[in-house]
Design a protein around this ligand. Structure first.
Ligand SMILES: [Fe+2]
Ligand SMILES: [Fe+2]
Length: 323
């Protein structure tokens, strides 16, 4: 899921996409110096670090292979007839599910943003190679987000909760609001933002599933939540491994981005205050601050693990007990 700014004013497209910036990524392999007008100009490190990217890509893609599921299996005739209890949804809960669908359905907008940024030719060759590698993640990720929009659309139509014509019209209206990625020139902040956003959707779907008394919708939200957890894990792993030598710097960045973090796309929804209210009322156990706490906990845990690892190097008998 993604989001934009309030009252979506058309933002200017960046002249140069956010493909690489100066960041403090302690493991980053230095990009070779390239002469500029007779002087040596130091270029920023590659981001993400290619070795780290390979590692987290492997974990994410292998996980995604095993987690595959199809909307056609979940919302098949048998489940709609025997499992679904759409009459148990309140008006507010139905509105919340529709809002989740609109948010997930913004996918074509943000895919084109990422694609443009990661295929822009005006970057050093080494960064271009890393960007192509990053697309392995992007393509699977957006495939999974698309699955979320598709399964909810099928659910709402096949259970008769919304007529196909009405839902098509509603989705069209919401889809037409522009999606602008909020951190176009700040790659690291953009990655932190994506980590928080994926964690927010994971925690929200979990809370919504818990609050509903509709077995088929619970099953759908559980599958969606697992995908969001996997997306969150990709960004957590990437950021933490890139900051292995300076997790404090990462924690500071997470604090800064969290300051004005909002639920994905909440601001470019039509009547977004009303839609946001339905979202929150339908999942009372969701707490926005838990998203920030979850990421800080992951960083803290990584800090403990890395300090144990360095102890192990010096003195193997002090190694962690859990290995
Ligand atoms: Fe999603
Ligand atoms: Fe996601």
């Amino acid at each position: 899921m993604n989001r934009s700014t309030s009252d979506p004013a058309p933002a200017k497209k960046p002249a140069h996409p956010p493909t690489y910036v100066e960041i403090d990524c302690t493991d980053a392999a230095p990009f070779p110096h390239s002469p500029t007008h007779g002087t040596e100009k130091e270029t920023p490190p590659l981001f993400p670090n290619p070795t780290v990217l390979d590692e987290v890509l492997y974990d994410y893609l292998r996980r995604a292979d095993k987690m595959g599921w199809s909307p056609y299996d979940l919302v098949d005739q048998e489940n709609v007839k025997n499992l679904a209890r759409p009459e148990r949804l309140s008006e507010t809960q139905l509105q919340a599910v529709q809002t989740v669908l609109y948010v997930e359905d913004h996918l074509p907008g943000y895919l084109s943003e990422y694609l443009e940024g990661l295929t822009h030719p005006d970057v050093p060759d080494e960064q271009y190679i890393v960007n192509r590698k990053a697309l392995h993640y992007v393509f699977r990720w957006v495939g999974e987000e698309d699955r979320h929009a598709h399964v909810l659309e099928m659910y709402l139509k096949k259970t008769g909760l919304v007529t196909p014509a009405q839902l098509d019209a509603d989705m069209l209206r919401e889809r037409k609001t522009a999606y602008i990625f909020p951190y176009q020139h700040q790659v690291l902040e953009g990655f932190v933002y994506l980590a928080l956003q994926e964690k927010a959707t994971h925690l929200y779907y979990r809370a919504l599933a818990k609050a509903l008394d509709e077995p088929l919708l619970k099953a759908i939200l559980t599958k969606m939540g697992a995908d969001e957890a996997s997306h969150g894990a990709f960004f957590y792993d990437l950021l933490i491994k890139c900051h292995k030598g300076d997790l404090d710097a990462l924690a500071r960045k997470v604090s800064a981005v969290s300051e004005d973090f909002k639920m994905p796309v909440q601001s470019n929804l039509t009547n977004y205050r009303r839609q946001l209210l339905s979202l929150m009322r339908s999942a009372p156990s969701y707490k926005h601050s838990d998203v920030f706490t979850d990421m800080m906990n992951a960083i803290e845990k990584a800090g403990q693990k890395y300090s144990r690892d360095s102890l192990t190097l010096i003195s193997p008998e002090l190694g962690p007990f859990d290995k």
